[in-house]
Design a protein around this ligand. Structure first.
Ligand SMILES: C[S@@+](CC[C@H](N)C(=O)[O-])C[C@H]1O[C@@H](n2cnc3c(N)ncnc32)[C@H](O)[C@@H]1O
Length: 272
């Protein structure tokens, strides 16, 4: 496909479902539209895939961010606001007493965002009656594999989503091989981290150490005591195939997807 055809498809808002075609379109359009240029292809110039998907669907829609507090600047409320969301809600389980909520409010103030709702809840426990009606667009990154019941997270996300979910999760490679040994999981597999042996953990630790910049991964790089009420450890790691299947079994269709973090995470644009 040449650049003109690619631009024409984008103009018609025909979004390729195949991630490889998406990447090729991005490559062509990045050449055609240097950074800073405003054009019909401007969406693909957004570097963060999550922001790109938000920009694609959020204009004129209600938006909720699930699990956006940690790290403060990783929240997507400001992104949804920038791309035209009509209402903004953050749902996070972090206790009200810790500074994350304060930091989030300070960030919103610094960005001149005054109208947003805060819900301090575990998404897996939330009832639709608490929020009134589903949000048109929901974003959730970095939550699924931290929860002892990831499918319950998916069911809850489906329950609060009216149109689109943008989901990111860490994933596992199917084969991990290094100087510490070899670990293999089938494409259909999900690692239950509390069950890994010490020998397996050492192989996985050698792999993940490269990608985490010294940050802890409780349960995987760092030993953890697993308590079902504790969402700090990593509990589960699906393969890319298993993650996609988890989305589908709760009723989402996959519109687009992309691998990030050196193929250690996947972001999916899902539709109800
Ligand atoms: C690993 S951080 C991810 C932060 C950010 N979304 C990112 O991708 O960098 C997980 C965040 O989700 C919140 N969280 C964890 N489990 C949750 C749950 N069950 N319901 C709602 N929020 C949750 C945590 O408090 C934290 O703010």
């Amino acid at each position: 496909m040449d650049a003109a055809a690619a631009l024409y498809l984008m103009a018609l808002e025909i979004k390729p479902k195949d991630a490889e075609i998406s990447l090729e379109l991005e490559r062509i359009l990045a050449i055609k539209n240097p950074p800073g240029a405003g054009s019909i292809g401007s969406e693909v110039l957004i570097e963060d895939i999550r922001d790109r998907y938000i920009a694609r669907v959020v204009k004129g829609k209600t938006f909720a961010e699930v699990g956006g507090l940690w790290g403060t600047v990783n929240e997507k409320i400001s992104v949804a606001n920038k791309y035209g969301a009509t209402s903004l809600t953050i749902i996070d389980t972090a206790p009200a007493s810790i500074h994350w909520w304060q930091d989030f409010r300070a960030r919103m103030a610094s960005l001149n965002i005054a109208n947003y709702n805060c819900i301090n809840r575990d998404i897996a426990q939330i009832q639709l009656a608490e929020i009134g009606e589903p949000y048109d667009v929901v974003h959730c990154a970095g939550v699924l594999y931290h929860h002892p019941n990831p499918l319950q997270i998916m069911i809850a996300l489906r329950q609060i989503t009216r149109e689109y979910l943008i989901l990111t999760s860490a994933i596992t490679q199917e084969v991990i091989e290094n100087e510490r040994g070899r670990y293999q999981v089938p494409a259909s597999g999900v690692i239950f981290i509390p069950a890994i042996t010490e020998a397996e953990r050492i192989v996985l630790k050698a792999y993940w150490d490269v990608y985490t910049n010294g940050k802890p991964i409780f349960g995987l790089i760092d030993p953890a005591v697993f308590d079902v009420n504790d969402f700090a450890p990593w509990w589960w790691l699906p393969t890319a195939t298993a993650l996609e299947a988890m989305c589908k079994v709760v009723g989402f269709k996959v519109l687009d997807k992309g691998l990030t973090w050196d193929n250690n995470a996947m972001t999916l644009l899902l539709a109800v």
